[in-house]
Ligand binder design. Structure first.
Ligand code: 8LQ
Length: 431
């Protein structure tokens, strides 16, 4: 069934898009008749650079829009601050299908029409918020599109939540921790004064970083669900956690076909390997993405291996998406993902919930500096905490960091996606 959908989607894109016709000029297969997964894998991956180039040459949407501009119902774009943003034109039919799929997936994580749901991510050019809203609305829940990002808004969120007692929350994992801390500072107990049963997240690692996930679960006494692929790939909930999974996300292969590819060779990887999730829409008529290289890193497992109680026969990313290839720090020959450091820190009781990573190069030798918050209510003193952090990080990544301990609340919190790494070795490039 998936192969049939792939065949239809590729043929549709090829026949309706000048971009794909050009992009597939030299391929050895017939894009109007893909008869096997092997043939499909002959198609070149689609890169971020190719999309940007196409949209620059054929503004604003690029020649992969595939529908008449009058048929566009929603326009979104990337919210990055450098370079030309990518533009996503979504047709009415697609926007409707996104609602259907998101509603179905949200049902699968336990949401029901009589639930009240608060959305606490910014209503900006970020498809996370709008995609979640679309699904929650279609499911028929009472939706509270609260947003985030304004000064003082988190303090207000605490009061609203204590009053309205929503059953579910959507946002980023970093924001949830910030919200919980703010509630505690204001004298609330989020396990008693709030009544969340489930929180669903996307946008960054966290919900599948085991100790971060536990921190959120205990802070709010609720179930945590990880979700999300990329804005381009909306319905981005096609990667979704499940109430029966301890961690990670199922890959709903009949909505968005996902492959894991070798970061160097782009070769297809079997289950049990680590690679770059590469996504293909299966039901998009506007701006379909075919073999879109995410630049993220994940590990996948067969349905048999996961054997999830939910009964779904999809592959699973049991550790979620744990970082971007670009985020991986290579320090003295060791590969380090910031999410590994996050996992170790959240496992320490005295951790104050925020940290920063600074990598520098001193006399040709890389140094790893960590600035870590300590919760002053804990029994552990600064020196002891510093030693604990050093030992724990060394055990994880094989390198001893220099650790500066600061008190909880010192480092800035985010209401969106966290940015905790400063690599001073790199020369910044504006792409
Ligand atoms: N990214 C997104 N979801 C992630 C997750 N669950 N775990 C780890 N990293 C994740 C609209 C959705 O929230 C998806 C989204 O955030 O879209 P964006 O803004 O285009 O950002 C996409 C990137 O966010 C991905 O490539 C991941 O690096 C990260």
């Amino acid at each position: 069934m998936i192969l049939e959908k792939i065949n239809e989607q590729v043929r549709y894109a090829y026949e309706n898009s000048g971009f794909y016709r050009e992009y597939y000029e030299d391929v050895d297969v017939d894009p109007t008749d893909i008869t096997s997964f092997e043939e499909f894998r002959e198609l070149p991956v689609l890169t971020n650079e190719a999309i940007k180039r196409e949209q620059k040459e054929h503004p604003p949407f690029g020649r992969f829009l595939c529908i008449d501009e009058n048929g566009i119902e929603r326009i979104y774009g990337t919210s990055g601050t450098t370079g030309r943003p990518k533009v996503f034109g979504i047709g009415a039919g697609d926007w409707d299908r996104i609602a259907e799929w998101h509603a179905q997936i949200l049902w699968s994580i336990g949401l029901r029409p009589d639930d009240r749901v608060i959305i606490t991510s910014p209503f900006i050019q970020y498809l996370g918020s709008w995609g979640a809203l679309q699904g929650v609305d279609r499911l028929g829940c009472s939706t509270f599109p609260f947003g985030a990002g304004m000064e003082g808004q988190t303090e207000q969120a605490v009061e609203w939540i204590a009053d309205l007692r929503p059953d579910a929350l959507y946002g980023t994992p970093s924001y949830a921790i910030y919200l919980g801390e703010t509630a505690e500072e204001k004298g609330y107990d989020p396990t008693e004064d709030f009544e969340f049963k489930v929180m669903f997240f996307s946008g960054e690692p966290g919900a599948s970083v085991p100790s971060t996930r536990r921190r959120i679960e205990t802070l709010f006494d609720c179930t945590v669900i990880d979700q999300g692929s990329m804005a381009e790939m909306t319905p981005w909930m096609s990667n979704s956690g499940c109430r029966h999974l301890e961690n990670g996300m199922h890959v709903w292969q009949d909505i968005v076909y996902t492959e894991l590819l070798d970061p160097e060779t782009e070769a297809f990887l079997e289950y049990g390997e680590e690679g770059v999730p590469t996504y293909t829409h299966l039901e998009r008529t506007s701006q379909p993405m075919i073999r879109l290289w995410s630049g993220d890193i994940s590990y996948w497992e067969s349905p048999e291996e996961t054997d999830c109680e939910c009964g779904r026969t999809y592959p699973t990313l049991p550790r979620g998406v744990y970082g971007r290839v670009d985020d991986m720090l290579v320090i003295r020959g060791k590969n380090v993902f910031p999410s590994q450091i996050e996992d170790r820190l959240h496992a320490l009781d005295a951790f104050g919930d925020e940290f920063r990573v600074v990598v520098e190069n001193e006399e040709a030798l890389d140094t790893l500096e960590l600035v870590v918050e300590r919760d002053e209510d804990s029994d552990v003193e600064d020196d002891e905490f510093r030693a604990l952090v050093r030992r724990s990080i060394k055990a994880e990544i094989g390198l001893s960091p220099n650790v500066t301990v600061v008190k909880k609340g010192t480092l800035e919190r985010t209401q969106f996606k966290a940015d905790r790494v400063e690599d001073r070795r790199k020369i910044p490039v504006d792409i």
